[in-house]
Design a protein around this ligand. Structure first.
Ligand SMILES: *Cc1c(COP(=O)(O)O)cnc(C)c1O
Length: 837
């Protein structure tokens, strides 16, 4: 683990002051508003044109941050004496220091690392490559489009020992920048996406720009690119060392392929409205031809997908498997969430980047939605270096009528300046997001489909929040990337051949059953399990074809089991007799036998085994047993280890006995999430993963291994200023205080699953990165928090109830319960939103 005391050597800086306590470096902090875990955070005081990070030192110190990197002693507000417990490192340039720390972190890992650059499509190629490789690898990738001098270090810092592959994108705007990014990313593989025709302001010529971008790849083993981009092709041949870097190019031109300038020839065979069939030829290692269908029709998407296809072929993934993965590719723009909004409107939310290509993709997504009233576009300045404003906005404007957009709201100085380009459209313009929100009138939007498309810095999520606020102030955000991360954490602990059953009971622990099951199916888990037959039916009705175990089927559900091919767990002679009676009349699905080894809840006891074996043998013609299982009563806690081992020993005697009596192999499984971590020797041939998938490591042995999956988020409905002495809410419980306070009312209450026990200071939420304690009682649909210490909080702000910044385990401990209860309590009226980063 990196220590603060290692930083001088890494950065060439000088220690002004040592911290008073041990100082491992866990987090790199650049934004004072994002402090959530001050311990182990190092703040780098960066400077920008209108920004000086040093200004935030007092506030950060106050919040508990103890490690700082500064670029001048004189820039420390109040001088070093004001920070008696802090470690202070003086460096010539805090950004350079940040990059050096990230580069050092990167050097600690030996794994394949893709570097991606090019004019367009970096983020999409990165996302798709990650989607395509995720069944095989544990991938670390840049969050969103973190591809800048600041974003790349933060991306690389995410690398940890669980990853098996990394994908980072690099974006530059000036000469000299790429060499710095290359030193941080240290790619071993490269993808050059493409080259825009316009040349960026920062470069003298297109050649210079390509040469600069190519510097990312000076040390890669293999570079993937399209040889039809002549400048890229020439630069790759000129700049990269033969014998060091293998060029793996694809082309659409047969002449080029015949001249052996590319390894893959891609011929578009057939293009329809929504898919493209390509024929791919390659000569080496032996001549082969394939046909693949890409689920896209537009030119940029096809090109982006072909880069991913080239990588899969190079990795020798079987063609049928390649097709399976291509079929599941999600257009990045389609990951846009369709959200219900006020006045019968829907919002298509795309609030993180905005260039022309992205705008086109989002508009395509808009047209794919069923018509609901008129189509409105809320658009920020379009960020596209290279094109002049007049041309840029003329091109953007030309896209709108073709996509049926009738109304435009332009936000930003540039789009306002070039408003003339949008003549003929109902259009309004605002200089910034605040101006729009200040004059936002809900009644001006009715029964329309609104695409909200803005570059990240415009903070358009506030606009989306404003539209949604009155509908459901509260959403449960489920992070699918985190789910996959957690899945893989457990997967890697399994011995070869051990199967994985995942529990998706109780609405997948509150996370949304079929959406989660769908992801699990893609990632090839072996089984899923639900509590009741109806939960299984719901999975089947949403197209889940995985084997499903139903833990508690009632006899009146046997027909459903048969119809939907759901396999029941049988835990008593009574149930077994019922099932056998039905199975004699018509074939029923195989069963799972629950053995009681100590839970004393459900299951056959050891002394039942002889009779059980006899019964099964006598009915072998009608009934097949798929597995035998038991459940540990105390896997969460080390104090019960002896008891757990006794349970496992009993299971080790009982299950093989059953198998022997049956005369064919059955699956045998005992471990839940905590058990997988605690008893690796008892995996038998299957395990049952539950809460761990959803981000809670119940054994406590691997506290940092999992990522939180669910974020329960609500909104501030109103803020009131309370005079000294006033009380808040029902029963006048909110304590009177001797000073004025600001109280925020939140749109969440116990009917949403927010426990009443959080009232009166027990719970807290995070608003604008800071904690706000509950005040007064939790009511049915709302509750109140004290935001006196967060003066910038305002109505419409989002408040995190639990998630990354508010760990479930801590929250559960506050009211004496377990994370399971908090997760499954989130009521069904709370909308689930699925996100991928
Ligand atoms: C819920 C459940 C699990 C999963 O338990 P976790 O602690 O959530 O991992 C495993 N087996 C059975 C029988 C269960 O009911």
């Amino acid at each position: 683990m990196l220590q603060f005391s290692d930083l001088p050597a890494l950065t060439g800086g000088a220690l002004l002051q040592l911290p008073t306590s041990a100082a491992p470096v866990h987090r790199l902090l650049l934004d004072s508003r994002r402090v959530t875990t001050p311990a182990g955070s190092v703040f780098f005081a960066l400077r920008g044109p209108q920004h000086d990070g040093h200004r935030y030192l007092p506030e950060l110190y106050q919040a508990g941050v103890r490690l700082f990197v500064v670029d001048a002693e004189a820039a420390i507000p109040g001088g070093a004496e004001a920070y008696p417990e802090a470690g202070l490192l003086l460096v010539p340039d805090a950004l350079v220091a940040l990059q050096a720390v990230a580069a050092d972190h990167r050097r600690r890992f030996h794994l394949p690392v893709f570097g991606i650059t090019g004019s367009n499509g970096k983020t999409i190629v990165k996302e798709w490559l990650a989607q395509l490789l995720s069944p095989d690898e544990l991938i670390c990738k840049s969050p969103r489009s973190y591809n800048s001098q600041v974003g790349v270090p933060l991306s690389v810092w995410e690398l940890n020992e669980t990853h098996t592959l990394a994908i980072f994108e690099a974006g530059i705007s000036e000469p000299g920048e790429m060499a710095r990014l290359a030193r941080i990313i240290q790619p071993t593989l490269g993808i050059f996406t493409n080259l825009g025709t316009a040349h960026d302001a920062g470069f003298a010529s297109a050649q210079e720009k390509v040469a600069e971008k190519m510097r990312l790849f000076e040390d890669v083993d293999t570079l993937f690119y399209c040889a039809d981009h002549a400048l890229v092709h020439a630069a790759a041949r000129r700049q990269l060392r033969p014998g060091r870097t293998i060029l793996s190019a694809w082309t659409r031109q047969r002449a080029r392929y015949d001249a052996q300038e590319a390894d893959l020839l891609v011929i578009i065979h057939e293009a329809s409205a929504d898919r493209t069939v390509v024929r791919v030829e390659r000569a080496r290692p032996r001549p082969q031809e394939y046909t693949f269908t890409l689920p896209f029709a537009d030119e940029p998407s096809v090109e982006n997908a072909l880069h991913g296809l080239a990588v899969l072929l190079w990795r020798q993934v079987a063609p049928t498997e390649i097709q399976r993965r291509l079929d599941r590719l999600q257009p990045v723009a389609m990951r846009l969430e369709m959200k219900q909004a006020l006045n019968d409107c829907y919002v298509l939310d795309d609030t993180y980047n905005n260039d022309l290509a992205g705008l086109r993709l989002a508009l395509d997504a808009l047209t794919r939605q069923p018509r609901r009233g008129r189509r409105t576009l809320i658009l920020s300045d379009v960020l596209e270096s290279g094109l002049g404003g007049a041309e840029l906005y003329a091109r953007a404007a030309a896209l709108l009528p073709a996509h049926g957009v009738e109304r435009l709201i332009g936000i930003g100085p540039d789009i306002s300046q070039y408003r003339a380009a949008f003549q003929g459209l109902a259009a309004e313009f605002y200089p910034n997001t605040e101006a729009f929100l200040a004059s936002f009138q809900p009644e001006q939007f009715r029964h329309e489909l609104i695409l909200v498309k803005g570059a990240r810095r415009y903070g358009f999520e506030r606009i989306v929040a404003a539209f949604q606020q009155k509908i459901h102030g509260t959403v449960l955000e489920v992070n699918l990337d985190a789910l996959v991360h957690n899945l893989n954490f457990y997967r890697r602990r399994l011995q070869p051949g051990v199967k994985l059953m995942v529990m998706v009971k109780a609405f997948a622990y509150g996370s949304g059953s079929y959406e989660v099951a769908n992801l699990l199916e893609f990632h090839r888990v072996d089984y899923v399990a639900v509590a009741y037959a109806d939960e299984g039916v719901e999975l089947r009705q949403h197209g889940i074809s995985l084997p499903v175990m139903v833990m508690n089927p009632s006899p009146d559900a046997f027909q459903k089991l048969r119809q939907y091919h759901l396999e029941p767990e049988i835990y008593s002679f009574e149930r077994l007799h019922d099932y056998l009676a039905a199975a004699r009349e018509q074939a029923l699905p195989a069963i799972h036998l629950k053995l009681d080894t100590g839970m004393r809840r459900l299951g056959f006891a050891e002394e039942d085994l002889p009779a059980l074996c006899q019964l099964l043998q006598a009915n072998a013609a009608h009934l097949r047993v798929a597995s035998a299982l038991t459940h540990l009563a105390g896997a969460d806690e080390a104090q019960h280890n002896d008891f757990s081992r006794q349970q496992l020993a009993a299971f080790g005697r009982m299950a093989p006995q059953l198998e022997q009596a049956l005369g064919y192999p059955i699956l045998q499984h005992a471990l839940n999430s905590a058990g997988i971590v605690r008893f690796p020797e008892a995996q038998h041939n299957m395990v049952r993963l539950g809460i761990g998938l959803y981000g809670v490591e119940a054994s406590g042995q691997e506290p940092d291994a999992l990522r939180p999956v669910s974020t329960l988020r609500t909104t501030v409905s109103q803020i009131k200023t309370l005079p000294a002495g006033a009380t808040v809410g029902y029963g006048r419980r909110g304590q009177a205080a001797d000073h004025e306070r600001r109280i925020a009312t939140l749109a969440i209450g116990y009917a949403d699953g927010y426990d009443r026990r959080f009232g009166n200071g027990v719970g807290e939420v995070v608003i604008r990165g800071r904690r706000a304690p509950l005040i007064g009682n939790v009511c049915m649909d709302m509750c109140m928090v004290d935001v006196t210490a967060i003066p910038e909080a305002q109505a419409g702000d989002s408040a995190v109830v639990f998630g990354e910044d508010v760990p479930l385990t801590d929250l559960a401990a506050r009211i004496g319960t377990i994370p399971y209860e908090l997760l499954t309590n989130v009521s069904e009226r709370v909308k689930r939103v699925f996100v991928a980063e």
